[in-house]
Every structure is written in C-alpha cells, then in structure tokens.
Design a protein around this ligand. Structure first.
Ligand code: HEM
Length: 510
C-alpha cells in the first residue's frame, strides 16, 4: 500500500471517498457507513480527520483487525503505535499475566518446559478453541467433534487428567513438554490457558465432564480392561464421559443421594434407579460415573449409555453450550465389575476426586479474575472522561488497587498449594490439602464477586452490554457465580476447611 499524506486524506470527505485515520493508518469507510454499528453520522464527522482518540474511546482494538480490509494505507513517515497482539503472545498490560510470565520477575515454581507448554497451549486456544467458543457461547450449540478430535490429537484431553503415567508415551502439544515432566504446574497452565477463550458456558461444554470423571476411572477402576478401554476411548475423543453425583435431592450433601444400585442375587450386576441433576455434558455422554446408594452404604459405578438412561438439558443462566443435563436411570443393568473403588466406600472415591476438581476450578477462577482486571486496566487507560483518562480519577485507582491485590493473592496461594500437590501422594493430598483447596475456592470466588461488581461499575452501561468494549465484563458479572456453586458451595467449602484444620488441632489446652 502506498504511503498517504494527511493533506490527501483531508480531501476525502464525500460519500464516494470517506476516509478517516486511526493510529496512523487510513481507512476508507465509504461503503461501511450503512453497516457501521455506531451509525454513519459519526463517521462523516470524522471524514478526512484523525479519529484515533475517538475510536479507542469506543472500540476494542480487535475491531480494526476484523475490518483490516478497509485500510488503504499508512500516513507517510508515521508508524502505528498501538500494539497488535499476535497469536500466542503474552499480554503487555501490567498484571495482565501471572507474575511468573512477567519478564522482570522470576519464580521458583516454573521451568522452561512450563514456558514452552504455556506458549503452545495459548496458541492452540487462540487458534482453535476461542473462535468456536465465542460462536457457540452465543448460539448455545455444543462443541464440535472436529475440535474434540484436534484436542485429542494434541493430547490436550489426556493432559486434562493431570500428571501421571497416562502421559508418558504421548506427544503433548507437538512435543511442547515431555509427559514425564508434566506436573501440577503444567496442569495449572493447561487449565488457566483454556479460560482465555472467555466463554464460561462453553468452557464447561468443552469436556469439563471428562475432566472431573475420567480421573475416577483412572484412580479407582477395579477392572483393568475396563479402565484401559474407557480411558483410550475418551482420550481419543471417540467417547464422552461425565460425573453424575448431584441430584435434586442432594447437592453438596452427597450423603443425601437417593439413586439406588441393587446387586443381583448372583452378584453379577446392579440395577440402577434414580435421577441426577446439573450434570455437565451428560446429554452427549456415553459413560456416567454415578454415585449410588447400595445395600447399607454409598458406592460409585460406571454406567454405560443404554436403554433406560435418559437425558435432557436444563436451562441455566449461562450458555446452553455447557450441556448442563438432567438424567434418569430407569432399571439400568450395570455389570458388577463396573464398581469403582469398593462398595460402601464411594464417599472416599468422590471426596478424593473433588480435590482435583476444586483445585481446577480455582485455576479457572484466578484466570477469569485476572482477565477482568486486565480489561479494567485497558479500559480505564483508554476511556476519556472529563478530558482525562478514567484512570486519572483517584476512586478508580482505589478500585484497581483492590482488584490487583485480590488477583495476586489468590494466584500466590494457588501456586503454593500446587507446589504441595507436586510433593504429595494422591492420598496425602486428600488428607492435607482438601481443607486449604476448599478455603481457596471460596476465597477466589469471593474475589470474583468484588471484581465483577467493581468492573461493572467502571464500565457502566457497557458492563451490561453483550457486544463491544464491555463484553467480557458483561459476561463475567453474569457467570462468575457458577464457580461459587460448582464443586461445592462457598459456605460448605469454608466449613470443610475449618473442620479439616480442627482434625489436626493438638489436644492441649492453650
Ligand atoms: C475504521 C473505522 C471504524 C470501524 C471499522 C468501526 C467499527 C465499529 C464496530 C464493529 C462497532 C460495534 C462494536 C461492537 O459492539 O462490537 C462500532 C461501534 C461504534 N462506533 Fe465505530 N468504527 C469505526 C470508526 C468510528 C469512528 C471514527 C467513530 C466516531 C466517534 C465511531 C463511533 C462508533 C460508535 C459511537 C459506536 C457504538 C459504540 C457503543 O455503543 O459503545 N466509529 N464501530
């Protein structure tokens, strides 16, 4: 494109040639006038002029990327100043990245393999997941098999199970990390990068059911053939799996579950009857890791899709893309070998699995909180009020300071716990970390509440508008509550945290 002068641009003020300058680049908006969501009047007001400040007061930078075809040249001798983020790049906004990703800081927790995993995962999310997530969050459609296949091929599905032997002979994201080096910090990276698709409903629709249920098979299946078959089918994306524990009768109080599994007289199979509610991904699942009441106790069974297993979706306040479902088991026959763990010890199975689930939710929440903080920093720096950027108002700086504090403290606690996970057995994690993880889960979602509230106030009407500058804020203030409930409600988490601490209280009067 030939360089243009400002004098030349100034001549293009008619409907046949309507030019405007944004960040030293010239855009021909003649044919765009009627389609412009902000109307044609404003475009004519800036005809032939530099509209940079007005533009960034009202638009996200990505608008220019979407409409790059309107660009007809750059002003002679001038260079665009606004950074054009490239796929996989780190954010240059202060606090836009966790401390370990900020160039001037170091961290004892992460190594070069973590850094290469982070880059590969972000590139994958931005290239393959985010576009579909944004589209499906809006339409409410489910994830495509094509995307599941891509994730299976890159072994992202396998990585979502966390560290373990299941990763040892797999090529992870084209060799970004060796399976033997994959630890809980790698797991944290995968989970936090996934959140960057900025679509909370789709985020659950994107195999959240698998991430909380296949782990039960890996840890507790008694039958080796069953374990191998189901794991391979799910890792390859051919089959889907979900965790079926909560019921209309019982949420966080798992002991109140009413679904029954009656063992046949010859001990060869169970007959399962009952219902399950709020089960992510159940409508398209082939396998159901199901909590049941067996004779005299609570047990967990792997139920395979068959006649008598009926599912339907439940409408919730986030996108239907999450595939939140209701299940009915009507006289379903399940082989006895599908018992996971021991009979009557289902509580141990479910509780130990909850730990990783809740930790994973904390990873998500910490990243969501940071994303919203980054949006607020960008907006308050860009938005002009009373002739000055919004951030020049002391009250806004107070709010940002509080947000930064909340975001950084939650991430720091998360990393401290993650470090302990790297050095503890699965059993010890259940014993020593279920309390801290539960407390952190509540802390992080309480942070979300405050961040969502202040962010909405900062964005004003835009924080309530589904498109444009405030779309991430509008989404967050509508969906942040999910993580305060999923995997255990805040009060239940707090109670668990303190009860676990009291178990280790010394028997001495102080
Ligand atoms: C290259 C030039 C431009 C392009 C490609 C463009 C594109 C867009 C797009 C895509 C939107 C919708 C944003 C969304 O909801 O996602 C929008 C909104 C808007 N635009 Fe532009 N625009 C341009 C220049 C301008 C200029 C120079 C002005 C003048 C002030 C302007 C004023 C507005 C207004 C007032 C809105 C509505 C914003 C709101 O309600 O928050 N635009 N524009």
């Amino acid at each position: 494109m030939a360089p243009l002068t400002r004098e030349e641009v100034a001549k293009h003020t008619s409907d046949e040639g309507l030019w405007t300058i944004v960040d030293h680049k010239v855009y021909d908006v003649s044919d765009f006038q009627d389609a412009h969501p902000g109307g044609s009047v404003v475009l004519r007001q800036f005809a032939g002029k530099d509209a940079t400040q007005a533009f960034y007061n009202l638009h996200r930078h990505e608008v220019l990327e979407q409409y790059s075809k309107l660009c007809v040249g750059t002003i002679e001798g001038e260079t665009p100043e606004v950074i054009d983020p490239q796929v996989g790049d780190l954010s240059s906004v202060p606090y836009g990245e966790a401390l370990w990703l900020t160039p001037q800081f170091t961290s004892p927790y992460y190594n070069s393999a973590h850094r290469s995993l982070r880059k590969a995962m972000r590139t994958f999310v931005e290239t393959h997941i985010k576009p579909e997530a944004q589209e499906k969050e809006e339409s409410g459609e489910y994830i495509s098999q094509e995307l599941i296949d891509k994730m299976a091929e890159a072994n992202i599905l396998a990585m979502r199970m966390g560290p373990g032997k299941h990763l040892h002979n797999r090529k992870l994201l084209d060799g970004a990390i060796d399976g033997k080096d994959f630890d809980f910090f790698s797991d944290l990276i995968i989970n936090q990068e996934l959140v960057r698709a900025n679509a909370r409903g789709f985020q659950d629709g994107n195999m959240a059911g698998m991430s909380i249920s296949l782990s039960v098979i890996i840890q507790w299946a008694n039958d080796e053939e069953l374990k191998k078959r189901v794991t391979e089918e799910v890792f390859s994306g051919q089959k889907k799996i979900c965790l079926a524990v909560t019921e209309a009768f019982a949420g966080s109080d798992v002991a109140g579950i009413q679904t029954t599994a009656k063992l046949s007289d010859d001990g060869s199979h169970y007959i399962v009857n009952g219902t399950k509610k709020w089960i992510s991904n159940a409508v398209w699942s082939d396998y159901f890791v199901t909590g049941c009441r067996t004779d005299g106790g609570f047990s967990v069974l792997l139920v395979e899709k068959q006649e008598g297993v009926n599912t339907r979706t439940i409408r919730t306040s986030y996108s239907a893309a999450a595939a939140t479902s209701f299940i009915e088991f009507d006289n379903v026959k399940v082989p006895a070998k599908n018992l996971l763990g021991k009979e009557k010890q289902g509580f141990t199975v479910i509780m130990s699995n909850f730990n990783h689930e809740r930790w994973m939710i904390v990873c998500w929440v910490c990243q969501w909180n940071r994303t919203v903080l980054e949006e607020c920093l960008k907006w308050t720096n860009q938005r002009m009020v009373f002739g000055k950027p919004l951030v020049s108002q002391p009250v806004i700086r107070q709010k940002l300071a509080r947000m930064i504090t909340l975001v950084e403290s939650a991430q720091a606690w998360l990393e401290q716990i993650t470090y302990q996970m790297n050095h503890m057995s699965y059993q010890d994690q259940a014993k020593h970390l279920s309390g801290p993880i539960a407390l952190l889960k509540t802390y992080s979602t309480r942070c979300s509440q405050e961040i969502a509230d202040d962010a909405t106030n900062m964005f004003g009407g835009r924080g309530l508008t589904a498109t444009g500058m405030g779309k991430v804020i509008e989404h967050f203030q509508r969906v942040y509550k999910f993580d305060a409930i999923l995997g255990g409600a805040e009060e239940v988490m707090n109670d668990l945290g303190v009860r676990q601490a009291m178990r280790f209280m010394p028997n001495s009067k102080l």
